[in-house]
Design a binder for this molecule. Structure first.
Ligand SMILES: C[S@@+](CC[C@H](N)C(=O)[O-])C[C@H]1O[C@@H](n2cnc3c(N)ncnc32)[C@H](O)[C@@H]1O
Length: 382
């Protein structure tokens, strides 16, 4: 991605486009010169090498251009002296999107006709999504300009439905963004640390942690991302290794199978899990986001935390960010952690749009609060 400076309002459009924010939640910067808006759209979106390699879904691109082209035309027309014309490549690109979406829907119809007994509704194809974030946790200047070189980007290929192929792990959930924000604000928590992430999903949080570790003092530490689902693990691995993500150059970041329920299996699973937790991972910090979406998972999750906290040389700590969907489930989690003898503190956490743009639609959890719990074996801060 080219390092350049852009007006903060254009940067908001760039971030929104990149992170699949529906255009109705973006603001056309009518107060800026038509030429500046036009040139920004061509240089940073239409011809961007990054978006060429990691494009947002065609559907998102189509709605973005459908929204912005009339605004741009209106802005140009408002200045009768202007000789500016919209770059023909903008129209060509929009036409291509219209043609390919018409083709896609006719293929979907013929698939549903040819597959009796099925609903005919296949999930939308996965999309790349790119998050811009500043390791210095800068507040966007209201005027002046944003230096894109000061921003990191984390790009992922993600599902666009809540559950796909029987798992919730193929997309990033809001709790991950909130926990990532907390770590970006407190990078010393991950610098040179041994980190284990439980239920890593697409790898968003892991990729941010890897980038933070690389930005800190050397050596960066180690990072283990884990999950129970093979398709999720493979997606996580691919995302963390995308060449555009700085996480791809982390010397010690890996993905592994880890099923929490093994911690409740004294006959078979617990021995290999204990060996993985102590002999290989030996984490200083355990991370997890949106892991308690089903109350039945709580005993296994708490059992694995309890196991990981067993006496050892290291003062271990866990940070678990949970979306409050059902207060009873949240209460069950708190009670189960306390009953196990672990100590739990709540850290105030709120999504801050200046760090990541909050997904507004389709996330299903955007209106719920998020708690970050800090869990330790004793109340002394480790
Ligand atoms: C709601 S998703 C959250 C994914 C990611 N942390 C995020 O916030 O975007 C829950 C994740 O937990 C994983 N998971 C569910 N049960 C598990 C278990 N018993 N052991 C390990 N991982 C599990 C799922 O595969 C899924 O990736």
């Amino acid at each position: 991605m080219a390092f350049a400076s852009v007006h903060p309002d254009l940067f908001q459009i760039l971030r929104g486009y990149a992170s699949l924010i529906p255009p109705k939640h973006l603001q056309f910067p009518s107060h800026l010169e038509a030429q500046a808006i036009h040139d920004f759209l061509v240089a940073h979106i239409l011809t961007s090498a990054h978006f060429h390699a990691y494009p947002p879904s065609q559907q998102h691109q189509k709605s973005f251009w459908k929204w912005i082209i009339p605004h741009l035309e209106k802005k140009i027309c408002a200045d009768p002296d202007s000789e500016l014309e919209v770059d023909s490549r903008v129209y060509e690109h929009y036409l291509e999107l219209l043609t390919s979406s018409a083709l896609f829907s006719s293929q979907a119809i013929s698939r549903s006709v040819g597959a009796p007994g099925l609903t005919g509704q296949s999930p939308p194809p996965p999309s790349y999504i790119t998050h811009f974030w500043s390791p210095e946790n800068k507040v966007l200047p209201p005027n002046g300009s944003v230096n894109l070189g000061a921003y990191q980007t984390t790009t992922l290929l993600e599902s666009r439905t809540m559950i796909e192929a029987g798992t919730t792990g193929l997309r990033t959930w809001l709790a991950s963004l909130v926990l990532a924000q907390h770590l970006i604000r407190n990078p010393a928590l991950v610098h040179r640390k041994r980190i284990l992430e439980l239920g890593s999903g697409t790898g968003f949080l892991g990729s941010v942690v890897a980038s933070l570790q690389l930005l800190g003092p050397a050596p960066p530490g180690t990072l283990w991302m884990s999950d129970i689902n093979d398709a999720v693990l493979s997606r996580c691995r691919d995302n963390v290794q995308l060449p555009c993500n700085s996480s791809s150059s982390h010397p010690d970041a890996r993905c592994c199978f880890l099923d929490w329920s093994a911690a409740l299996d004294p006959d078979g699973g617990i021995a290999p899990l204990t060996s993985l937790l102590y002999d290989e991972i030996d984490a200083d910090l355990i991370l997890g986001a949106d892991l308690v979406f089903d109350p039945d998972l709580i005993p296994a999750l708490v059992a694995v935390l309890y196991l990981a906290f067993q006496p050892g040389a290291r003062p271990r700590c866990a940070l678990v960010a949970l979306t409050i969907r059902n207060p009873t489930t949240m209460q069950k989690f708190i009670e189960t952690v306390s009953a196990s003898g672990l100590v739990l503190e709540t850290i105030h956490a709120q999504m801050d749009d200046r760090v990541f743009m909050e997904p507004v639609e389709g996330s299903g959890d955007a209106n719920n609060g998020i708690n970050i719990f800090r869990i330790t074996r004793t109340s002394s801060r480790g």
